[in-house]
Design a binder for this molecule. Structure first.
Ligand code: NAD
Length: 503
């Protein structure tokens, strides 16, 4: 296996300069070249500025900083990278530019040097297609900002050798990042696994189930995510994310699970790109988001007759709230002015039809977050306003409430089930190992847990039930469960279980 000491970086932009800093910090001699004259000097200024701030804040000594800076070698021609054991390309995202650079690198470098591309969307085999030694070419996908995002994907293209992958893994691990290995498939691992949050979030607002702000609030406060899908889209820019959504969908031959939304194009055309254009899914004033005020909590209705579905997950907690709110519990739904249900995967309409309940008086409470976190109430198209308000008042005792329209799986169930299903299918397709799926999503996307662990916590059977119900109600193939998921549920084993003897 190649021992990587000297590292070259071509392209000194946003990603290149971060890669230079990472490996110089890890003790490597790093050589940096850019086709644009002032780019390397600008990158050096940027990196030294960061290092100097580290000295001021006492994170490193003057001597350590000087040593670190002396390990970075600005280059004014590609030939200066000749002694490198590994060259990482971080230039413009264009196949012709990358192919031509790789051909030039093959001329300059030793025959066993590794050449890696930081591409985020191109097929690595395509970049390597004209290389004489494609076995030493791989993808090496970092995330921005490189030194802080402590995961890197090694993309093993069809002709990449195991030695190349192993050498890259060793050098990434040595730099303190978690190296995960992914197949040369659209979105590789992290961007593939990240599809669910965006596409299902968009589907929810397409269906008018909930507002943008409510979807984000629920994903943060009920599901424990750092950011909701629309907050993330506003941060990255809809123009950038919109292109990724389209390209992954097309590259996966229009797989319904990745289907983008028709809501995106008109917003891009109108310049609603997000924070960078001052308006996206949210409006911003002085870089501060302007939120819609929360609706006022209605008055409690004394003596209200409430029936609680006996199979509700939070039956006893709901009962306490009803009693504390001065309502009375009745023993049959036909006598109730408010019927409380807790469906998994089903919308209010379907659940009422199936269980012979009057949808005018029915409100559903999402059982997934339970009552300890933000509570979601869901109404049918014919739920009476008085019924909705009475439920709001009762559930607002000791907790925050979000009210949404009828939606199979509320907000949290459908988004989380979609995320779990996509991750399960990544495992099914052997794109990455279970461990790598888990760690890359946790570190790269900042989810509260790995996607299969999220599924395991909710319960594989429940996830399957939510997906089956969503598919039954919508008829949409995007919700069809992955075989990885359904097999593990059928066999009664954890979603984190790899095949015992996969051939
Ligand atoms: N920005 C991100 O968040 C991000 C994340 C992961 C991967 N990537 C990928 O990393 C690569 C670089 O992205 P970036 O955001 O750093 O771009 P960037 O525009 O900030 O920097 C690219 C640099 O490459 C230089 N360059 C262009 N063509 C060149 C060539 N033929 N030879 C040498 N230098 C050349 C440019 O002068 C520029 O300095 C792209 O493939 C991108 O898809 C970007």
């Amino acid at each position: 296996m190649k021992d990587i000491q000297r590292i070259g970086v071509v392209g000194a932009g946003t990603m290149g300069r971060g890669i230079v800093q990472l490996f110089a910090q890890a003790g490597h001699e790093v050589y940096c070249f850019d086709a644009w004259d002032g780019a390397v000097a600008k990158a050096m200024d940027f990196i030294t500025g960061l290092i100097e701030r580290g000295v001021e804040k006492g994170r490193q000594t003057r001597e350590q900083a000087d040593e670190l800076i002396s390990r970075i070698h600005p280059c004014d021609q590609l030939a200066d990278l000749a002694q490198c054991d590994l060259v990482i390309e971080a230039i413009i995202e264009e196949i012709s530019a990358k192919r031509s650079l790789f051909a030039q690198l093959e001329e300059v470098l030793a025959s066993d040097a590794i050449i890696a591309s930081n591409t985020s969307s191109l097929v690595v085999a395509d970049i390597a297609a004209e290389c004489k030694n494609p076995e030493r070419v791989a993808g090496l996908h970092f995330f921005n900002p490189v030194p802080l995002m402590k995961v890197a994907e090694i993309i093993a293209a069809v002709r990449t050798s195991q030695d190349t992958v192993s050498a890259l893994k060793k050098v990434i691990d040595g730099a303190g990042h978690r190296a995960v290995i992914a197949a040369d498939q659209p979105g590789f691992l992290v961007n593939h696994a990240g599809r669910g949050l965006y596409t299902e979030g968009l589907r929810i607002i397409e269906d008018q189930c909930a507002s943008v702000q409510d979807v984000d609030t629920l994903m943060r406060e009920a599901a424990g995510f750092k950011m909701g899908p629309f907050e993330l889209l506003d941060l990255t820019g809809l123009d950038v994310s919109g292109k990724v959504m389209e390209s992954i969908y097309e590259q996966f031959q229009q797989e319904p699970r990745f289907r983008p939304s028709s809501l995106v194009a008109p917003r891009i055309a109108a310049g609603l790109l997000g924070r960078k254009s001052g308006e996206g899914w949210y409006c911003y004033e002085n870089n501060q988001r302007v939120d819609t005020p929360k609706p006022a909590v209605p008055e409690l209705v004394a003596g209200l007759k409430v029936w609680i579905d006996p199979v509700a997950d939070d039956h006893d907690s709901l009962l306490s709230l009803v009693q504390e709110g001065g309502a009375q519990v009745c023993d049959a739904p036909e006598h109730a002015e408010l019927i409380l249900i807790q469906p998994w995967g089903w919308d209010v309409t379907s659940y009422c039809t199936e269980h012979d309940l009057d949808a005018r008086y029915t409100v559903a409470v999402d059982p997934l977050p339970g009552l300890a976190k933000r509570r979601t109430l869901m109404i049918s198209p014919i739920t009476e306003v008085a019924t909705r308000d009475a439920a709001h008042a009762l559930l607002a005792q000791g907790g925050d409430v979000t009210i949404i329209n009828d939606s199979p799986g509320f907000v949290t169930q459908r988004i989380l089930a979609t995320i779990v299903n996509i991750a399960a299918n990544i495992a099914q397709r052997g794109i990455a190992s279970v461990e790598d799926i888990e760690d890359s999503v946790r570190i790269g996307l900042g989810y509260p847990a790995g996607p299969l662990s999220i599924g395991e916590k909710i319960g594989g059977e429940r996830i399957l039930m939510i997906l089956d119900a969503m598919q039954a109600q919508t008829g949409d193939m995007r919700y069809r469960p992955s075989l990885w998921l359904s097999r593990r549920v059928t066999l009664g084993v954890s979603l984190l279980t790899p095949e015992a003897s996969r051939i």
